[in-house]
Ligand binder design. Structure first.
Ligand code: GLU
Length: 294
């Protein structure tokens, strides 16, 4: 008898800068959620925007390993998966679910919005362009982005910490004008093709999850379980940044960083095994951790 392959959780850093203690804390939580439910844990480098930052990516992986996070397969790099994204986009094009968009950011912001359209949602300017209008736009020079023709205004996901969460699903971008696959597309495709069925990440991404879950449904992928965890903020209540003092593993050292993370969670520990033993998602702090630099 073969046992079914367990599902997997993941951490998916973008190599824009060294990980700070908030990123590390989110990674620890993703690992705890996965391991405490018998899942595998995978690492994905989200380097579509930072393709040349292999040194930063490598330091991120080293830092994650140094604080005790383990993963079960070689990390995957999004920059090496262009073919899989293109294949999925081609499939959506064949189903009539994609259109070209020539709008700039400014066009979108200044476009009139329908009375009930949610803020920040694409107003649909290019949705019904005729073939002639498209040709004219193309000749004007701007390479088009590709957008999903979404037929729902919103979608509801279930989040382990937030409960049912309903958010906007507009005609979001699948491939940017410069040819780079969009974040929402890449995440959905990679999670599904890696067998990831549990997505734990910062709650700044909660609002993206309805778009991603809707796209997963269109592609026939299963919906992952979500847990969007509170972020770490500075004393002003803003996102933690380099200028907030010692925030990276390099600056803090592993023992101190690990102690700060586990204390902030309410389970002081010296190693991941002890932390895993104490972990209880129901007791997880629901408020952001306000970081006091040392
Ligand atoms: N790469 C994203 C980030 O570093 C995370 C994407 C995700 O977890 O879905 O913010």
């Amino acid at each position: 008898m073969t046992r079914p392959t367990p599902g997997a959780g993941r951490f998916a850093p973008s190599p824009s800068a060294d990980l700070h203690i908030g990123n590390l804390r989110t990674a620890v939580l993703a690992w705890l959620f996965a391991r405490s439910t018998g899942r595998r844990f995978l690492m994905r480098v989200e380097d579509l925007d930072d393709r040349t930052h292999t040194d930063i990516a490598q330091r991120q992986l080293d830092d994650l390993a140094a604080i005790g996070i383990t993963w079960d397969e070689e990390p995957t790099w999004q920059s090496q998966q262009q073919q899989r994204y293109d294949a999925v986009i081609d499939g959506l094009v064949a189903r009539g679910l994609v259109y070209e968009c020539y709008c700039s950011r400014k066009d979108i912001l200044s476009a009139p919005r329908a009375p009930h359209a949610p803020e920040g949602a694409y107003p649909g300017t290019c949705r019904e362009l005729s073939a002639d209008e498209r040709t004219a736009k193309r000749e004007a020079g701007r390479p088009p982005a590709l957008r999903l023709r979404a037929d729902t205004g919103e979608y509801t996901v279930t989040d382990l910490l937030h409960g049912p969460y309903t958010g906007v699903v507009d005609d979001f971008v699948l491939r940017r004008g410069d040819g780079v696959p969009a974040y929402n597309l890449a995440v959905v495709v990679d999670d599904a093709l890696s067998g990831i069925d549990q997505v734990v990440r910062g709650d700044d991404l909660l609002a993206s999850s309805p778009r991603q879950a809707y796209l997963a449904g269109l592609l026939g992928y299963p919906q992952p379980v979500y847990a969007h965890v509170p972020l770490v903020l500075n004393a002003e209540g803003k996102r933690l940044a380099k200028r907030d003092g010692a925030v990276t593993l390099d600056e803090l050292g592993v023992p101190r960083a690990f102690a700060m993370i586990t204390e902030s969670l309410g389970w002081p520990a010296h190693d991941m095994a002890t932390l895993l033993h104490q972990f209880d998602p129901a007791q997880l702090p629901r408020e952001p951790w306000i970081y006091q630099p040392v």
